[in-house]
Write a protein that binds this ligand. Sequence first.
Ligand SMILES: C=CC1=C(C)c2cc3[nH]c(cc4nc(cc5[nH]c(cc1n2)c(C)c5CCC(=O)O)C(CCC(=O)O)=C4C)c(C)c3C=C
Ligand code: FE2
Ligand code: FE2
Length: 358
Amino acid sequence: MRYTNTKNFQHQQQDKVGVLLTNLGTPDAPTPKALRRYLAEFLSDPRVVEVPRLLWWLILHGVILRIRPRRSAKAYATVFTDQGSPLLFHTQRQCDAIRAQLQTKGHQQLEVAFAMRYGNPSIQSALNELFAKGVRKLLVLPLYPQYSASTTASTFDAVAKDFMQRRWLPDFRFVSHYHDFPPFIEAAAQQIERFWQQHGRPDKLLFSYHGIPKRYLLNGDPYHCECYKTSRLIAERLGLTESDYITSFQSRFGREEWLKPYTDETLKSLPQQGIKNVQVFCPGFSADCLETIEEIAEENKDYFLHAGGEHYHYIPALNDNPAHIDALCQLIENNLAHWQLEADPERQLRARKVGAEQ
Ligand SMILES: C=CC1=C(C)c2cc3[nH]c(cc4nc(cc5[nH]c(cc1n2)c(C)c5CCC(=O)O)C(CCC(=O)O)=C4C)c(C)c3C=C
Ligand SMILES: [Fe+2]
Ligand SMILES: [Fe+2]
């Protein structure tokens, strides 16, 4: 059959509103086998690696997937806990906290779920569940504050691919970024201030973002600009001057030039300039993961200390801390706008009554 049919249609059934939170995804286990499966899916995405397909297929299957799974598995083994992958359990907690807060705010009819762009739980499986519960209006919120084609647009592609196979499509909204959303900036600033209360202020605050190839920026990807704006807004909120902070880019992959300055090179060069006390915050990662725990809190700490640095601290990601959950709930409510009223008959009645009284 060409299209997936919707089996639960009933007349007069109330449309439900669904919110799907997504993040990048993570291997099922820190083993070469699981890494091979995960990296094959991730790195086959043309949004992630923009290289002619045939050439890339040969490099990916001939070289990368023979070497990288073993190396990456070792790195993942250092961050997996008995609760599994940090990215997965933080996203699960964010989802639970957002659902609880939205219910407390009276959005009883709302269904909230999460999915991963690569690996599990897949976007398709989460959409199956939401539609089976009667969701007919869908908001997708990728947990990437800054837009990039390699992450945000790739998530859109995965949702669109799923929709192409369905008979009955929902009303649909998609949050493409929230890099300058005031409650998000406030949550980041509060996280940093809380850290300062315990550890004091550094000589330099480094905002480190995941990199992308410079070519993507030159071809029009707004990611670089959005990262700089997030840094500036957090810095302004904290009352910092331009010399108090730096924006840099981490996690290079492959040989071509990526966005600069590179985080590792920046950290290696700071002690020579007399900057011996740094703190690093990663405003592009809504949850701690391999890239923040292993790469920033561990690997880059070693670079800085070996280059003569004295104090290095990683400020944890926003994860499920209350100000972050508040910010995401506000973002969701703004984007649901009148949908929620329509979906909840009691709220709709109350709203009409208030309207009539005015
Ligand atoms: C190959 C190119 C890559 C691009 C472009 C890229 C962009 C990008 N990625 C994130 C967020 C995350 N990436 C993570 C891991 C990761 N990223 C790449 C490659 C690219 N990312 C690889 C190969 C890996 C896997 C780890 C490894 O083998 O080194 C993660 C962590 C996931 C986890 O399980 O913990 C995140 C998060 C962003 C935001 C981004 C562009 C803006
Ligand atoms: Fe990445
Ligand atoms: Fe990395």
